[in-house]
Ligand binder design. Structure first.
Ligand code: KG4
Ligand code: ZN
Length: 350
């Protein structure tokens, strides 16, 4: 296969439709040509969370207009696309099927090969599109709405799980606590905004598994502690909401930072990559930067706009898998999706 490829990426695993064009450049890091995103947040807000059926229907409406927009911005035509990549999983089955179906239909119509990508691999590789791309090997902290994992990454498709959450994900802890504080969906960014005006030391909240030897996380107890605290405050809650938000954020961030540093010590690696929606959190970035500077560790983040779900990371992961020779695109156009799909399972298919 030629080394210079134009890859169209489609992301539709949850509540954002993302489409992007990435160009491979020989052995170098692929370059982002254009990307476009439609967030369904406003549509799901009324229900306090993602409604899967509504998500699928909206992806159907958005994906082709977004593809047209991205092609126009990049000054490319559909005929110039060499490979069509899509998110194969994990995610909502119906939502994934939209992206997979559209990608395979486009591939078949254009007579171009298609490639299904792991959503978390997209997040994990997304810092390669940033101004300060990492080098392998590194430790990755994946913190999204559905996952909280520490991975040892030797190269493209070589992922070893070091630890993960035994219950709620970090993003879920943000979202559920935000709900208890009467903030909208998704709660992470709203809680972070409110926390800026609060005192992080105001309430003593648990730091689950902080001092244990394991690299696993547990966040389910935290939302219960927030609920207990909110009940205790009663009518005072309104006046203390910012303090409680700041204390919650501090508890989540402290655990994420401590476990990331423990993973770096255990693996002997001196590079950390942070990816996933919670990676956009400013307090997390500040604390990680300080702790990693003390430990002599380089930290790499995706650009802020590529922290949450997007098509660029899907096109990028496809381009990097093709360049590394760990996966080839296919012309079978018979797709399946994998709503549940552990990232380390990719090692076996490599
Ligand atoms: O990676 P992502 O966009 O979607 C999943 O694959 O889950 O992550 C979404 C999660 C949500 O839980 C959201 O509340 C959280 O990331 N999030 C944040 C921030 N921005 C997004 N959490 C804390 N602070 C933020 N600034
Ligand atoms: Zn995601």
């Amino acid at each position: 296969m030629a080394t210079d490829l134009l890859v169209l990426g489609i992301e539709s695993s949850c509540d954002e439709t993302g489409v992007a064009l990435v160009r491979t450049q020989g052995a170098g890091t692929p370059r982002l040509c254009a990307h476009a995103l439609h967030s369904q947040v406003a549509m799901h807000e009324a229900y306090g969370g993602v409604v899967p059926e509504l998500a699928s229907r909206d992806h159907i409406r958005r994906v082709l207009p977004l593809a047209r927009q991205v092609l126009a911005e990049a000054g490319q035509t559909l005929a110039e696309v060499d490979v069509v990549a899509y998110t194969r999983g994990p995610g909502l089955a119906g939502a994934l099927l939209v992206g997979a179906g559209v990608a395979c239909a486009l591939g078949a119509a254009l007579e171009r090969p298609v490639l299904g990508v792991h959503h978390l691999e997209g997040h994990l590789l997304s810092p390669f599109l940033g101004a300060d791309p990492p080098r392998f090997p590194f430790v990755a902290l994946l913190v999204s709405g559905g996952h909280t994992q520490l991975m040892q990454v030797a190269g493209v498709g070589r992922y070893e799980l070091l630890g993960e959450t035994v219950d709620d994900a970090a993003g879920e802890a943000f979202d559920k606590s935000a709900k208890l504080l009467g903030l909208g969906y998704p709660g992470g960014p709203a809680l972070a905004r409110l926390a800026e005006q609060g005192d992080a030391a105001a309430f003593k909240l648990p730091r689950p598994l902080l001092r244990s030897q394991t690299l696993d996380f547990s966040f389910a107890g935290l939302k219960t502690a927030v609920l207990v605290q909110a009940k205790k405050l009663g009518s005072e809650l309104e006046a203390r909401r910012a303090d409680l938000a700041a204390s919650t954020e501090a508890a989540i961030v402290e655990v994420l930072v401590a476990k990331s540093l423990a993973a770096l010590r255990r693996t002997g690696l001196d590079r950390l990559v942070v990816a996933g929606g919670v990676g956009a959190n400013r307090v997390l970035r500040r604390r990680l930067d300080a702790a990693c500077a003390r430990a002599g560790v380089r930290v790499h983040y995706p650009e802020l706009q590529l922290c949450t779900d997007n098509g660029a990371m899907i096109a990028l992961a496809a381009a990097m898998r093709l360049a590394a020779g760990v996966q080839s695109a296919n012309r079978a156009y018979a797709f399946d999706v994998k709503p549940r799909w552990p990232l380390a399972a990719l090692n076996e298919s490599a």
